[in-house]
Design a protein around this ligand. Structure first.
Ligand code: IPE
Ligand code: IPE
Ligand code: MG
Length: 248
């Protein structure tokens, strides 16, 4: 592991008990910029650097799946200039990180209403997904134009359509069949959900998948979020007792 994390912190992390899937609500870019009397856009630029840091850290310590909430279905309501800038930052990120993802055996995937993204972003996304499609080192899932309710609506339409066509018996629908129609098909549910910048809410993220996910909320604003704090959160996670409704 990288030497920039203090050895004491490193020592307390049990690498045999890492979460298989971490999801992060990357919040606080705007406040980070406002605190510095800067435009919110600067906060999103600094946020992109934090994404690079955390992706690298996850790859280094061996986290199999990382899901990052980058843009929600509700974020389309923001001022046009902010939406346009976020989309161009996203395209820049996809283009600039492509080689590093290839070199580091990271597979990129996107979840959400991808058809709503601008065409140039979709092209960059497809190119990166195609070029990293066979990578097995880590799965990086970007939630883009993602909404948990929209995902559940899409799943409902898919299953209802199958029932209408006689391909599925409504009485035989199970949680597995539902999960199989979500954008996260085939992935284990997140073990750990981190939200930065202190809000105590889910904001329409992975509503079905977080049923038994451990939640960690930090006041740190996303652009300030770094490796040291991330490892401390992993150590906290390893100390928790997960019961899944059972007794100890
Ligand atoms: C998170 O930061 C990034 C996106 C939602 C795209 P915000 O832009 O929500 O930052 P705050 O919450 O206004 O500080
Ligand atoms: C959640 O943050 C969405 C992302 C991080 C992409 P928001 O800033 O949009 O959430 P609210 O508005 O505080 O609930
Ligand atoms: Mg926010």
């Amino acid at each position: 592991m990288n030497s920039s994390v203090s050895p004491a912190v490193n020592d307390r992390l049990d690498v045999s008990k890492l979460p298989g899937h971490i999801a992060i609500i990357m919040d606080g870019n705007g406040r980070w910029a406002e605190k510095r009397l800067m435009n919110r856009i600067k906060g999103h630029q600094a946020g992109a650097d934090a994404v690079r840091r955390i992706v690298r850290t996850c790859r280094e310590i061996g986290i199999p799946i990382l899901t990052l909430y980058a843009f929600s279905t509700e974020n389309w309501q923001r001022p046009e200039i902010e939406v346009t800038t976020l989309m161009s930052l996203l395209k820049k990120f996809l283009d600039s990180e492509r080689n590093e993802m290839i070199e580091n055996n990271i597979r990129l995937n996107a979840i959400g209403q991808i058809d709503k993204l601008p065409e140039d972003v979709r092209t960059s996304l497809k190119r990166t997904m195609d070029l990293t499609g066979k990578n097995k080192g880590m799965l990086l899932n970007l939630a883009l134009s993602y909404g948990g309710r929209a995902e559940i609506v899409d799943m409902t339409k898919a299953i209802a359509g199958k029932a209408r066509d006689g391909k599925i018996d409504p009485d035989s629908i199970t949680a597995e069949i539902v999960a199989d129609q979500l954008y996260t098909r085939g992935m284990p549910d997140p073990d750990l959900l981190i939200r930065t910048s202190g809000e105590l809410r889910i904001s329409n993220f992975l509503l079905w998948q977080i049923a038994y996910t451990e939640i960690f909320i930090t006041d740190t604003l996303w652009p300030d979020f770094g490796k040291d704090e991330f490892i401390r959160i992993l150590i906290d996670f390893q100390r928790r007792e997960r019961r899944f409704g059972n007794v100890r």
